[in-house]
Design a protein around this ligand. Structure first.
Ligand code: KG4
Ligand code: ZN
Length: 335
């Protein structure tokens, strides 16, 4: 079964064709992030306008070498996300479904991030999942396809949001995650003089699976204001920011793995593309947890893409009439 996935929840316009939820036939992503770098972040109206420009060329490219008769169903992100951006994908998908007479499957963007783990792989249930994106940080237990129990999450800013806000304070370009990560690479933590703990890890000793990242930007702001040679210290501060976020995520996930003993642990969402996070999970957490299988999608399947949308639709195949599909910017992971 070949599904055409369409994703337009924020500043990426994406379309992909995936066979049987596993095999990626095409995966096209057009990002307007360079434009948002100029404004220091996403301005929703600008993102929506770029979606309109890109949607048809991106879908056409994803269908290269294929005919509409090869497509069995259309899957589209209905939320959460920016309403203007979501509407472009949703209305385009509805139009295609109507014209081509194909079933259409509405997809929750956050759940789709998780399904990037099913591309070329088959995680075992129960699976504990960390979803870390620009707007969300959630830890959920997945007992089966489509069956989620929320275990914990951020009480304020999402991990990606923390990367983005701290990057801005350091005059690094949007999106902040990749910028902080590459600035941090210029810094050597092995230098014994350095503390590696410039910033706090809130809630780390609390008996829950929650995070709080909003204090980090205040701490970074204070450091920036109090540092004379700030330009020279950007790699160090970037490395400290990355370390604080990664440490907090890894620590609480390790605690949850110890408590729930899942068969697998899945990383997902844009922040899961972070190489320090991936490295820490691999070397510090999974070296000690032989009974839990670690799944980490390749980086381009962690950030927004439509292959994950199509995979999600395959495993949770609930087609609805195109007339009933609407965008829902407020959708949550367990709704
Ligand atoms: O999942 P995603 O692509 O879009 C949302 O659904 O939000 O996540 C975007 C977030 C942004 O905050 C971005 O800075 C962060 O993921 N991100 C990263 C990396 N690549 C993207 N954060 C840390 N390291 C990265 N390499
Ligand atoms: Zn996303």
């Amino acid at each position: 079964m070949k599904i055409l996935g369409i994703e337009t929840s924020c500043d990426e316009t994406a379309a992909a064709v995936v066979e049987d939820g596993k095999k990626v036939i095409s995966n096209v992503v057009a990002s307007s992030s360079e434009m948002h770098a100029k404004t220091g972040g996403v301005i929703p109206e600008n993102a929506a306008r770029q979606q309109i420009k890109s949607i048809i060329p991106v879908i056409n490219e994803s269908l290269e070498g294929l005919d509409k008769n090869d497509i069995d169903a259309i899957a589209v992100t209905v939320g959460p996300g920016l309403i203007g951006s979501l509407l472009i994908g949703v209305e385009t998908a509805k139009t295609l479904a109507h014209l081509w007479n194909k079933p259409i499957v509405p997809v929750n963007h956050l759940v789709a991030h998780i399904y990037a783990n099913w591309i070329n792989s088959t995680p075992e249930f129960p699976a504990l999942v960390l979803v870390v994106s620009g707007g969300h940080t959630d830890l959920v237990m997945m007992k089966n396809h489509g069956n989620f129990k929320w275990i914990g999450g951020t009480r304020d800013d999402a991990a990606g949001e923390a990367f983005d806000k701290c990057a801005r304070l350091l005059s690094l370009l949007y999106p902040g995650g990749p910028s902080i990560s590459s600035a941090a690479e210029k810094f050597n933590f092995e230098n014994p003089k350095l503390e590696k703990k410039l910033f706090p890890r809130p809630l780390i000793n609390d008996d829950n699976f929650d995070w709080s990242f909003s204090g980090l930007k205040t701490a970074v702001l204070r450091t920036v204001q109090n540092t004379k040679d700030i330009e020279q210290r950007v790699p160090e501060i970037a490395a400290e920011v990355q370390e604080a976020i990664v440490d907090s995520l890894v620590y609480k996930c390790q605690k949850a793995i110890d408590k729930f003993k899942p068969k697998s642990f899945l990383l997902s969402g844009g922040v899961a593309a972070n190489s320090r996070l991936r490295e820490k999970f691999m070397h510090e957490v999974f070296a000690k947890n032989e009974k839990t299988g670690l799944h980490v999608p390749e980086a381009k399947l962690c950030t927004d893409n439509a292959a994950a949308i199509a995979a999600c639709a395959y495993y949770n195949d609930k087609p609805v009439s195109w007339k009933k599909i609407t965008a829902n910017p407020e959708l949550t992971i367990v709704s």
